[in-house]
Every structure is written in C-alpha cells, then in structure tokens.
Ligand binder design. Structure first.
Ligand code: AMP
Ligand code: MG
Length: 331
C-alpha cells in the first residue's frame, strides 16, 4: 500500500510518500519547505500563504522523485492537528482536493502521534518507546499505555524550541535560533543558576527565559548564558522523561521534533537511558522535523486498521490532543 501524506501544522509544509511492504515502512520521498519570517516569530496567515504557494509544486516534486505515478497512490493523509489554524486549513484543503482528484480515500492524523509512529516505523529495534517530543511549539513526553498514547508530561507555557527562538530573537539572531544557541553553548563553561521549573510531571520555561535575558542585559558572557540555558532546560526534559520511563517500565526512549537535532540534548537523554539499561533512538533529521512522511505512515497504519474518514468529517482541530486518538493499529 502507498500513502501520500501532507504536513502543515506550523512553519513547514511537507509532502511525503510511504510504501508499506509486509509491515515495514519505506520512505519513497519526503519533501519539505519552511516559511522564514522576515522578522519576528511565525505569523500564521503568512505561513499559510507560503504553504498555499508551495504545496502544488511539492506534491508534484515528491511524486516525480519516485518511480511511482499518481495512479499508484492508494491513500491521502494530512495533519489534522494540533497546530496553527490557517496552516492546518491550507494543508487539509490541498489533501481534500488531491483525494477527490485522484479518487482515493482521505484520512486526517494527529501530528504528535505521527512523530512517535515514524520512529517505530523506521528505526530498527524501536518498538515501544517513551517519546520525548521537542519542537518549536510542542514539548511533550508521550508513551503508549492502556490502549492510548498518553501525555505523561508537557510544557505548561511555551515549547522548548520557542524558548530558544525567543531568547535568540532578543539577541538579534535569525530564526531558527536553536542551532546558533547550540554553537554558542558549546563554547560556554561557567554555569549561571537558572530557574529549574518542574511541577509534577510538567515543565515551565518562561521564568528561565526571562532570567536568561536578564543575564544578557547585565553583561554576562553570552556563551555562558547559552550553556546554562541548555544545561537547565535539557536536564528538566531528561528528568521528566526518566520518570515517565520508570512509571511505565518502558525500556526505550525516542527523540522527535526539531530540537532533537541538538547534540547536548541527545547526549543527556542517551546517558540517562544507558544508566537505566534502556535503549536510545533518534530518527534521521528529515524524519525528526515536521515532515509529510510521518503523516503518510500514520495515515497508512490507521487506514489498514480500519479507520475511515469522509470529506465532511475531515475538519481540522487546532487543539487535537494526543490522547484523543483511538489507537486501532496496536495492542
Ligand atoms: P520543529 O517545530 O519540530 O520543526 O522544530 C523547530 C525548532 O527546533 C526551532 O525552534 C529550532 O530553533 C529548533 N532547533 C533546530 N535545531 C536545533 C538545535 N540544533 N538545537 C536546538 N534547537 C534546535
Ligand atoms: Mg512537530
């Protein structure tokens, strides 16, 4: 079975094609274009305009780079939520139009669950992980328990990526700021104390963001501030992930989202996993960031396990929670 998936929850529009063969997931193509704001953060309407301008070309390109034809596609899937309304609507409209044109079924999928399933689908040995999902807007610790994907911990305010981007923007760095902060942090050495905010299993970043900005205003060494931000935020993420692993007794941890590219975060989570005798996995970068292939794979799993969606029922849901998904494709 072959599925074409369209991702469009935030700043990226992506089209991926996945083929399933005897239960294995093969990525045939995965094309992504990212909206770059001229200044400031993501403006939802401008991001949606960007996606609308790029989507037709991306669909054609993602088919062209494979050996298949439009007639070989069995299913169309799209990111139904959570995300920015205008972006979601643009991707969903394109998916509906394509499904109607090639006369194939349509299915909407949860973006956060897709991040986890693409890890299970493409990373060998990854079968039942705790996912630490760290992106711009989202920060969640997700695992399968009692027939659903459940959120064991999450941010109470902004996502970790947004925290890094906001800090970077105040310094005049270009979006996305995470990679630049990583470079600066690698040269820092002195740890400056920052608020370590864990409440139960949840995390908050805004106090730490303000405190970091204040350090810069007071003339502290920027490399040290970046180093301290990374050490503190990543320690909080690692702690919550470890507690979710202990609670669920899972032996695998998977990273997902754009911030999963960060070497220091990988190192900290990997060290925690190894100390517990657990396995650590990260998908390739193009499958970690927001991408169409993960949307295609989850759509395919859902369809094969009996899920169906009519065009009338394909409305987007900006607040589509991870645990609202009926998991029909695994026990
Ligand atoms: P996503 O929302 O999943 O597409 O991820 C985008 C976010 O990842 C942005 O906030 C980036 O700043 C962040 N990001 C990308 N690369 C890195 C990195 N190497 N270290 C930290 N954050 C990163
Ligand atoms: Mg994402």
């Amino acid at each position: 079975m072959i599925c074409l998936g369209i991702e469009g929850t935030a700043h990226s529009i992506g089209v991926g094609i996945i083929q399933e063969r005897k239960g294995t997931c093969q990525v045939l193509s995965n094309k992504i274009k990212t909206y770059q704001p001229e200044k400031g953060g993501i403006h939802p309407r401008e991001a949606a305009n960007h996606h609308a301008a790029k989507i037709a070309g991306l669909i054609h390109e993602s088919v062209r780079v494979t050996t298949i034809d439009f007639s070989d596609i069995d299913l169309i899937s799209f990111s139904q939520g959570p995300g920015l309304g205008p972006c979601l609507r643009t991707a969903a409209t394109a998916a509906r139009a394509l499904a109607l044109t090639i006369e194939k079924p349509l299915i909407g999928v949860n973006h956060c669950v897709a991040h986890l399933e693409i890890g299970r689908g493409t990373v060998r040995e990854c079968t039942d992980p705790v996912l630490l999902y760290v992106s711009g807007a989202n920060t969640q610790v997700i695992a399968f328990a009692e027939k659903k994907y459940r959120v064991f911990g999450e941010t109470l305010d902004i996502g970790i990526g947004n925290c890094l981007d906001k800090f970077g923007r105040a310094l005049g760095l270009e979006f996305p700021c995470g990679p630049k902060i990583e470079q600066l942090a690698a040269k820092g050495s002195q740890y400056l104390p920052l608020p370590y905010s864990i409440k139960g299993m949840d995390i908050a970043f805004s106090g730490l963001l303000t405190a970091s900005e204040n350090y810069v205003k007071k003339g502290k060494n920027l490399e040290d501030v970046c180093f301290s931000m990374q050490e503190t935020t990543f320690a909080m993420l690692t702690e919550v992930t470890e507690r979710a692993m202990a609670h669920t007794e899972k032996q695998e941890v998977l990273l997902g989202g754009g911030v999963a590219s960060n070497k220091r975060l990988r190192e900290m989570v990997q060290t925690m996993a190894l100390n517990r005798g657990a396995k650590f996995f990260v998908p390739t970068r193009d499958l970690c960031i927001d991408n169409g292939a993960m949307i295609a794979w989850l759509g395919l799993l859902m369809y094969q396990s009996g899920c169906r969606m009519s065009i009338d029922n394909s409305l987007i849901n900006q607040r589509f929670r991870t645990d609202m998904v009926e998991v029909t494709w695994r026990d």
